[in-house]
Every structure is written in C-alpha cells, then in structure tokens.
Design a protein. Structure first.
Length: 741
C-alpha cells in the first residue's frame, strides 16, 4: 500500500490539494513557513540553536514556539547580520546551513532544495515578520490514519495542516515522523513506513507542536478460523473487545487457567498475599460455577484488600518519611487507608486532595502540598499522578512532544498560586513538622517569558477571572474529576489495569501522552467509560476485570500466541513486587520481619518503634523503612511521581541475596518456623513437601516434583530439618513462587 506524497508545503493562506511551484512574488509567512523549515531541519532543536543557551551566540525557541522572539533573533540581533535582503544567498541563515560558510551543525540545507528557495524568497521580500493576521495552526491530519498491512509492506504517509482561516495545506515535507515500536513499523524522515513485524504499531507525526498518529495493524502469521473466536467464552465487554483485536491479529486465546492457579493469582493481584489453608479449602469446596465469583467478592471485601491498595496509593502519593515527619506520615497514610476502607470513589479522593486545607496531622490529605510546595511542583505532580500527563517540559517552552504550551503550563500553575501554609520552610510548630494549609485571596504566578501571569486555567478548559472569588482549586477539581475529562478516568483505569495484568494498556503506565498510544485503544476507552458510569467506584472496575475470561486465561503460551506480549491472548507471568514477595516468604514459613522507621530530629537521624512485631511489608506506612531486601528487589523509593521508580528487573545481587543474604537464610533457620513445627508434629518428607506446595504455590506437588525434591533429602540421611530447609529454599526461590502466573 502506497500513498503519494505532495512535493512541497503551500502557504497556509491558500487551500491546495495539488502543490505547484511558487511564483516569484509569493509572500512566505515567517510564522507558518520559515518556522516550519527551521523545525524540519533541526535548527531549533534542543541539540542545536533551540537549546536554552543557544549555539554560537544564536538562540531560537525550542521547535519555534515563540515566533516573535525568533524573528528578532534572526533579523535584528548582531546588527541584523544574519539577513542580507539585497543578496539573500549571502545571508548567514542560508550560507551556514548549506556549508557555504563553516557551520558546526554540518550541512542542513541543499542549495537546490525547495526549502532553500522559500527562505531566499522570504528574505528577498524584505523578511516580513509574524503578524497578528497570520493564519494559526489548529490541527494536523495524517493519511492513512489506519492501515491493515503485512510484513514487508511499505506505506507513504501524507500530512495536512488545518488553519483557523479554513486553509488545509500539505505539510508532509515539513513534518517529523517517528515510530512508537520499531519492531513493528519503522519510518524514514519523509514518512515512508516499512513494516517489520506483527502487532499494532503507530507512527507519530509532529508538525507545529501538533501530534497525530497513523496506526498500522499487522496480523501474526497464524491464520485462525473465525469459528475459534466465535466460540471463545465471553463474560463482559472486556472479552468482546480483546477477542475482536485478537481475531484481527490472528492470535488465538489460551484456555482458562485451572482453579488452583486462579486462586493464587487472584489473591496476589487483589490483596497482595497468598491464600492460607483455610481460604484454599473454602474455595475448593465451593461449587465450580460459583467458585471464582464468590472468591472475587470475598477478596474485594477483605481487610487485606484495604492494606494492599492503601500501599499502592501510598506509592503514587509519595508517602516518604525522608520528606515528612513521622506524625505527618501517619496522618497521610491513615487518611488514604480510611478512603480505601470506606470505598470512597476515586473522584472524591482526588477532589479532597486537590482542595485540602487544615492541619497536616488532622487532615492527612494536606500533606500532598507539604511534598509539593510551589505552584509549579503542585501542577506537575497533580497532572502526573491523577491524569498521567507529564507537562514539566512546558515550564520553559512549548512541550516538544505534546500539545501543551508554555502559556497553558502557567495558566494551570496559577490555579495553585494562592496555596499557603504555616510551617513550610522549616518553621514548624514546636519543631514537630506540623503544617497548617490555607488559601489566600491574592497572589499569582508570574510567567517568566512574558513577565506577567496567565489567567488561571485548567488544561483545555476555560480561564477563570483573576479576581474570581473563592479557592481556584475548586474549579480545577471540578474540571479534573468530571467524567468528561479525557484524561482522568483513563489514567486511573490504566493504573488498575496494570496491577492485574502486569502492564497497562498504555506503557509506561503513567504516560498517557497522545503520542504514546494504547495497545488496545477501544478497550482502554470502554474501561474508562465503565468506571465513570460506575461513579468512579474502583472495586467495580476491579470486579469486571477479575470476572473476565481475559484475566482468567492460562499463562501457558500456545505455539500460535507465544510471541504476544501485549494483546492479552494469555496471562503474562511477572515477578512479585518486593513487598509482596517478602510477605509471601514469611507467610509460607510462618516467620516475621522486623522493621525500623527512620525519623528525623533536626540533623539527627533516629530509629523509632513505629511498627509493632508482625507488621507485614505491605502494611508499612512509607518508604523510609530500612530494608535491604525491599531495596534490592525494587521497592518504590517514592521520590518522584513516576511508576518508573519501582523496578522488577532481575539482577545478580538478588540471586546472591537469596542464596547468601540475611533475609531468607535466617527465616529458614528460625527456631519456630513451619519446618520446626512440622518436625515436632512428626511429619515426614512427603508431608513437608505437600505443606510447602500448598502454602507457596496453592497446589499439590506432582509425582515428578516429589521424586526430584526427595533426592535432596537423601544427601542428609536422618537430618530432617537440614534437608527440609533445602527443600523449602528450592521452592521459595523457584520462578513459580517468585512470579505470579
């Protein structure tokens, strides 16, 4: 499939489908033509003159977001030596990028190119500057937007820019192209797409700080009968949309997992712990048709659910004893736990955080502002945490990868401009870290590039009056938490989805840029719509996920879906998060871990008796707890609002710690652990194996496993406890135990 490309970009004041040579008297626009050429050739990129300090004494705004300043830099700075109106070819703007004069950036422009001609004609016409009457870019469209292709195919993209005067211009030659997944589809600088592998990929198209996507669908080379998908079981809308995509991609779904696998999986994903013997017996004794649905209900209504999801939201909200005093840590944690325990809807939770006031130890939600103490920090972290939007780049210039402008950033920041607190900056009541949050009726954030404030404005919304009465954050909360907000429901839906499937429909899970598409866009939108219709009741979303056939599929790959790692043809095994893994070891061996809270008193670091004996890792209030195991296995340090802070990457250090470290070995040698108890009860090796497998893996060992593991005990003759420790070590370090599958 090939789509023809236009030869040149026409002026934005004309509508032209067929490009034609420009007449010599054409008046090119600095804002829409010259800037586009500079951007296309990288002159105003971050690695060149678009860097904060510029290059060689010549500085441009990044990707041309400030046309007025760039015009002055090109035509007026250094006595206007960059422009020679009488002889355009001698202009530094042309002589340097063509290599006529030495240029550290190398040759960027050919003298016989159309872009050279346009720049020369603009200079010859007197180098007119940006004007108020210039047409303004409103949108870009790429064709084809969607395409069904096969490996080895090529497709030529075309890009049209739409302007507020009604003009539609072919700007393919000035657009920039990049692939979201090079393993599926690559693209060259001219928009020619080459298909390399199977799946759903996308090409990002950038022009004038606008982003568009061209989606490419490439089926896997496993032709599958439509009847297979027609007969596949469906429980809800999740299954319908997943199977629709799988059929398009020729990916047959794996069958249902067995009951024991589902038991362990659902426990670990929903409450962060293993099922005990009693819970396993209740589950297996329930009639098969109701077995899984009743388990789901028990899990969602359990106390363990509260502990687990409190910890999950504490990661996102950065409860960190290195940044908050112990009383504030406790108050913040207890506030979150109370919200989870009472099933508070997500929109209410976020609203209460955004509009929080009062004393930090009495209203824990105010500690969000203790962690983020400037309007800029409040803006960036609220957008990242609650909408999955990273807008920090727009603080200095228009966002280079998204639509967010510098004006929008400071309009958003101005919503937080009047937040104040007694006790910030170290002046706390009695030195105890207690802060009182309040809102004043005056104050604005000055935008550095303009020297004045922007009207307080939620992203993509209407501005407030500067003198509007009341707390500006209320208007922000109204806008952010509405079901119509295109980011809010999708962001929390994607986070919940990632918890149950090991990866979000968008990855990274908190990066919901337009230029970072979902692996199944209809599914993400339908799931977000479902949550909004459920009044942001997170348990409703969790229940529909847990009940779906998609979630209940086996993790064992079929020959025809083994290459799938994102389209949900099967369940993807993943390593347990550090806290869950440590708790699981203790649960199997009936041991405990001791934790010390680190507290700060002036410059002195102290350890406090914050956590009673028997506290599980998933019950820890914050990330300041000293634990070599948790650190080694990728605990989230809660320094920044980013899921990238938590790591599941395997390492040699982890292997060595399990083998020789002071976590697993002391537990295996504890005087009152499970192995000692079984020995005192007169158990034999078969009974020990059964107990270990039931507790750790929620199933019985196979005969082959019994034979293999019993060989270990033969090396120890009558030393039962020593032999059993080796058995337990083998089970607790196995992939089946350390992974959820």
């Amino acid at each position: 499939m090939v789509v023809c490309i236009g030869l040149l970009a026409m002026s934005c004041n004309a509508v032209a489908e067929e490009p034609e040579a420009a007449p010599s008297d054409r008046l090119w626009s600095f804002r829409n033509d010259v800037q586009s050429i500079l951007s296309r050739h990288g002159c105003n990129a971050g690695a060149c003159h678009g860097t904060l300090a510029g290059k060689g004494g010549f500085r441009l705004s990044l990707h041309g977001f400030d046309s007025e300043a760039d015009y002055l830099a090109i035509t007026k700075q250094n006595r206007g030596r960059r422009i020679e109106i009488a002889d355009p070819g001698r202009s530094l703007l042309l002589a340097k990028p063509t290599g006529t004069l030495p240029h550290k950036g190398g040759i960027r422009l050919e003298t016989d190119s159309r872009d050279y001609q346009i720049l020369a004609e603009w200079i010859a016409a007197g180098a007119p500057g940006p004007a108020q009457e210039d047409a303004r870019l409103t949108n870009i469209k790429v064709a084809p937007e969607k395409a069904r292709l096969a490996t080895g195919d090529t497709a030529q993209l075309t890009v049209h820019a739409q302007y507020d005067d009604g003009g539609s211009v072919d700007v393919t030659s000035w657009a920039k192209f990049s692939a979201t997944d090079e393993s599926i589809a690559g693209v060259d600088e001219n928009g020619l797409v080459t298909i390399r592998g199977s799946g759903e990929g996308a090409i990002r198209v950038w022009f004038g700080s606008r982003i568009a996507l061209a989606r490419m669908t490439v089926s896997f080379p496993h032709p599958t009968s439509p009847s297979l998908f027609a007969k596949a079981p469906r429980e809800n809308f999740i299954d319908e949309l997943v199977l629709e995509q799988l059929q398009t991609l020729n990916l047959p779904p794996s069958p249902r997992c067995d009951d024991e696998t589902f038991l362990r999986r659902a426990f670990l994903d929903t409450v962060g712990r293993l099922p005990n013997e009693q819970q396993r017996q209740i589950y297996l004794s329930t009639p098969a048709p109701e077995r899984r649905s009743q388990l789901i209900q028990r899990l969602l209504s359990s106390e363990d659910y509260v502990d687990y999801w409190t910890y999950k939201w504490s990661d996102m909200l950065l409860i960190n004893g290195n940044r908050l005093r112990p009383q504030a840590v406790q108050a913040y944690y207890k506030w979150i736990r109370g919200a989870v325990a009472e099933d508070r809807p997500w929109d209410k939770i976020v609203r209460q955080i955004l509009t929080a006031t009062g004393v930090s130890t009495e209203n824990g939600a105010t500690n969000f502002y203790a962690l983020h103490q400037t309007p800029e920090e409040m803006t960036e972290n609220a957008c990242q945490a609650f909408m999955g939007l990273s807008i920090g780049c727009a603080k200095c210039h228009n966002h280079p990868l998204e639509k967010w402008s510098n004006d929008q950033y400071y309009g958003m920041a101005n919503l937080f401009a009047r937040v104040r607190a007694k006790g910030w900056g170290g002046e706390t009541r009695n030195g105890d870290g207690i802060r009182t949050l309040y809102v004043t009726d005056s104050g604005d954030v000055i935008q550095p590039t303009r020297g004045k404030p922007q009207p307080p404005t939620p992203l993509d919304s209407q501005p407030l009056e500067f003198d509007a009465p009341g707390d500006r954050r209320v208007a922000l909360a109204d806008w952010m938490t509405t079901a119509d907000n295109p980011y809010f429901a999708r962001a929390i839906t994607n986070r919940v989805w990632a918890n149950f499937f090991g990866r979000g429909l968008v990855e990274p899970v908190d990066d919901l840029r337009v230029s970072n598409p979902a692996s199944n866009e209809p599914l993400l939108q339908a799931s977000a719509d479902y949550l909004a219709e459920a009044q942001f009741d997170l348990k409703s979303l969790m229940r529909v996920i847990l009940e779906s056939e998609t979630y209940q599929r086996s993790s064992i790959p079929l020959p025809t879906n083994k290459d799938d790692d994102r389209y949900l043809s099967r369940y993807y095994p993943r390593r347990l998060m550090a806290e869950v893994l440590l708790d699981a070891v203790d649960q199997v061996l009936q041991t405990t871990t001791t934790f010390d809270q680190v507290a700060f008193s002036g410059a002195d670091v102290q350890k406090t008796d914050f956590y009673p004996a028997g506290t599980r890792a998933i019950e820890l209030y914050d990330s300041a707890v000293s634990s070599y195991f948790l650190k080694t296995f990728g605990r989230n340090p809660r320094e920044i609002v980013c899921e990238c802070e938590r790591s599941a990457e395997p390492s040699l250090v982890q292997v060595l710690h399990l083998s020789n470290g002071d976590t697993l070995n002391p537990k295996l040698n504890a005087v009152d652990n499970l192995l000692v108890q079984l020995d005192q009860q007169g158990a034999d090796t078969n009974q020990v194996l059964t107990a270990l497998f039931e507790r750790a893996l929620s199933r019985m060992p196979t005969e082959q496993e019994r034979q293999t593991l019993q060989q270990i005990t033969q090396e120890y003759e009558d030393q039962n406890l020593v032999a059993w420790r080796d058995l337990a070590w083998s089970v607790l370090t196995s992939a089946e135990f350390t992974f959820n599958h």
